[in-house]
Design a protein around this ligand. Sequence first.
Ligand code: PMT
Length: 396
Amino acid sequence: MAKILFGVSGGIAAYKSLEVVSALRKRGEELKIVMTEEATKFVAPLTFSVVGKCPVYVEPFQSIEGSVIHTTISQWAEIMVIAPLTANTAAKMACGIADNLLTMSALAFNGLKIASPSMNVRMYENPITLENIEKLKKNGWHIVEPESGHLADGEYGKGRYPKAELLIFEIDRMLTPHDYEKKKVLITAGPTREAIDPVRYVTNRSSGKMGYELARAAYLRGADVKLISGPVNIDAPYGVEVLNVESAEDMKRAVLKNAKWADIVIMAAAVADYRPAHISTSKIKKTSDELNIKLVKTDDILKELSKIRLSSQFIVGFAAETDDLLRNAQKKLKEKNLDMIIANDVSRKDIGFDSNYNEVKILCKDGEIISLQRNEKRLIAHNILDTIKSQSFKEF
Ligand code: PMT
């Protein structure tokens, strides 16, 4: 639970902060809100107070518990968020002007700082505003860039308040220790599709959730992340470069092309083991009662990878098993020359394929086995990264 000082300055987008405040409150963060006098013309402090279940301060010249308010709340918070950040407030902050409770608190604050400028496109693109924002960056403010699109005043351009989930993700990223800073992590996710003809294919039940959660967690922890994804219905995680592929052959090419870039490779994808020997160029007609499709083995990507791997790299596989979990996983760990394998039971409906949950056993090269109880894939992903960290790099 983080202590968040949430600043709202006076722009039309002030109402969009209600969604962010509401989401932060629902997940249990502790909030205090500071509004400029101008912001209260767009949204009443009462609305923020009810949505955030927290105090809202506007008036600078008051005390709480016998202390001046701006120093008290700026010392209390571990992170300060200003959204929307108007051109006027950005200009004041860039010059060190402290003429209202928000700018006074911002000047007094020395914890984690994040701001989201939102305004008219011409105001945003004015070199003075851009220069002020650059100054704020130099002063330790993490700036979440505004989005481009239709603006409240009917114009089109850069200046829109970002999606609430992006802002929350950036807040999370600031609050998460960056223990994967400077690490390059290559992750695969999802199924592959092996074409039979132009309209049909062979695939499996992987949703991509496990791999996407790993990518998201690694990025939150400061890593550079590339995600090679089979066809899935999940939005790309923020900050992660996603390379979309379809077949096992496409995935192999993408993995081998990017392999040297990575310090850590995690193969969470459910790559097809077999593909149709021939792809019909036209739709196969329903002419006979039976249709036999000859399947041939696909190349094993991990085995190919292990032939070219650098000694400094850490390679992790997954084992999707319906029986003899540990023995089969152990075999794959050896045969594929891996540093670690994550074994999951895919016969269960409450974990594994297409579930938000997983329960895994992590088998390390040195024989250690770590059991992770059933939990959200989001948390399992962090546990897996913790184990990779403890098993791999001395300098972590
Ligand atoms: O995507 P979700 O719905 O979230 O489900 C997650 C998951 C169950 C798919 C995931 O946790 C998982 O187990 N992924 C690996 C699935 C798999 O293909 O397991 P396998 O035991 O068949 O393969 C072992 C390893 O070899 C895997 O790392 C796999 O990526 C790799 N492999 C497999 C075949 C192949 N041709 N080349 C490979 O590199």
